[in-house]
Design a protein around this ligand. Sequence first.
Ligand code: ARG
Length: 452
Amino acid sequence: MGRFSDPQDPLFQALNSSISFDYRLAPYDIEQSLAHARMLERSRIISADDLATIERGLAEVRAEVDDDRFRVERGDEDVHMAIERRLTEIVGPVGGKLHTARSRNDQVATDVAMLVRAHSLTAKELLLDLMRTLADLAERHLDWPLPGYTHMQRAQPVYLSHHLLAYFWKFRRDLQRFNFCLTATDDLPLGAGALAGVNFDTSRMFVAQELGFSGIAENSLDAVSNRDFVLDYLAAAATCATHLSQLGGELVLWSTEEFGFCEVEDAFASGSSLMPQKKNPDAAELLRAKAPRVVAKLVHVHGALHGLPLTYNKDLQEDKEPLFDAIDTVELGLRVATGMLGGIRFDRERMAAAAGDELIAATDVADALVRRGVPFREAHGIVGTLVRTAVDRGKRLSELSDDEVRELVPQLDGSFHELLDPAAWLESKVSEGGTALARVREQLAQARQLLA
Ligand code: ARG
């Protein structure tokens, strides 16, 4: 057509065509086109009759898309051309007026910004569901002790509520990151034209208001080359997927015979085709495994944008598949995490038995010495010796006799065995943000307030 005398090579078409994936933008593209057409009419660039015709045609295209009746044709390079082609088939040459004062360059940036905005809102909703589930679980397991770990070694006991709420705050930060994506998509690219602006006195603010943007991109060159909002979404999604992965990894571990802290519902597990006794926590494993995939999408788009001179370059088409894949992965992951946690069962006895390991009282014994005036570093060494002696003599800490304790740690003067009462280790963590029950209750109240 036009400037070209030869048809495109099919191999080039295969490389160049984006319709197989950007068809997903169709609802945004149509909504955008309706707003654009209304603006053209208000600005007296097209007539009221033209507008009515275009609106009727776009409504028909929209219906075809909604009911899966829309037929993509061989020559449709991308969703924008497919929709315009179909509009023109329905309403005739007037359809060709829709592209007045618009380029696919500002059009595609606008569609993608609209999509990122919509999915940031979805992510926020899904995160709120997950956070609510975590808060409910915390409330139901308020005073269930389990060991807290560092280096995967039992460190200090904590309440399960405290442990679950740790994830609440991680997901809360994810929510804030997705919230930022709403700011990042708030300036309308449309109206920038191909790159330099358009030859008509359009009203971009009108279109912005129609489409729910609060302002317009101030610079046309920036508008058509900006994909920061894609990076922002992908960065938020990557961190969120990493949190889901950490949660999944922990549930995998806790589901083992060795830990036995929890069991996921059958609905989120699978059996083995060979070993009849097995129940595998596949959902948790896949949450664990998906994170690098989302991180890779972020890296992919950073790579595509790297070193790009202004303004639109076809490289920008490469933003979509990674974005769509990250959206699907993170939204499914959030739904699965909420579903799985909704039906999880924890084993109070197994957790309590592990949390009752006396060795994890060591910090409390050291702090008791500190209260008696021993500098912390010294107390650390003394208790270390105490632990080693007990281990060497094949005893639990509580099995050391008063004489043995007095010989090793004269400062402890008889209070030693009281310190080994498991309940004391948890309730001693009274500092703000600590695991003492009163503090967890405060934290839960904060969480509830946030959700309200
Ligand atoms: N399919 C293209 C994309 O996704 C639309 C913009 C095409 N613009 C152009 N000048 N070829 O980026």
